[in-house]
Design a protein around this ligand. Sequence first.
Ligand code: T46
Length: 132
Amino acid sequence: MMYALLNFRVRGNHDGKLIALEKGDDFPFEIKRVYYIWDTAHDVVRGKHAHRNLEQVIICTSGSCDFILDNGQEKVTVHLDNPTQGLYIPGNTWREFTNFSADCVIMVLASEHYAESDYIRDYDTFLKEIAA
Ligand code: T46
C-alpha cells in the first residue's frame, strides 16, 4: 500500500468543530512526534526523500497542497485541502510536496522520533533499497 486517506470523526456543533486523534480504530499508530509546516512559497518542492521505517499521517489543517508519492513502480498525486482527512504514508515511499496555497498549514503525526538515519535522500539509493 502506497498511501491511505483516513477520514476522521468530527465532533462539533454550532460552537465549532473538533477532531481528536489517538491510536485506535481510526488512527494506525502510537504518535511519538508532531511537527507542522507553514509559510512555504507556492512553487517550492519539499520532501524529496523516503523513510525506511517511519509511518506518518499528514493533515492539511488550513489551505491546500499536493503530495506526490512514489513506491518505485507507480506515482500518484494526492491533493490535500480538508482537515477532516489524513494522508497515511507508510515506510519506503518517496514523497515530494508542492503547490502550497498561501494559507497552507500541514500538521504531521509521526510514529517515531526524528532520526536522520531513517531518511533516504537520494532517489537512486531509494530504488536500490526497495529492490533489495
Ligand atoms: C515529510 C514531510 C511532510 C527536525 O529537526 N526534526 C523533525 O522532526 C523534522 C521533520 C525535521 N527536522 C529538521 C531536519 C532538516 O534540517 O528540519 C529540517 C527540514 O526537514 P526535512 O528536510 O525533513 O523537511 P521536509 O519538509 O522536506 O519533510 C518533512 C518530513 O521529513 C517528511 O518525512 O513527509 O515533512
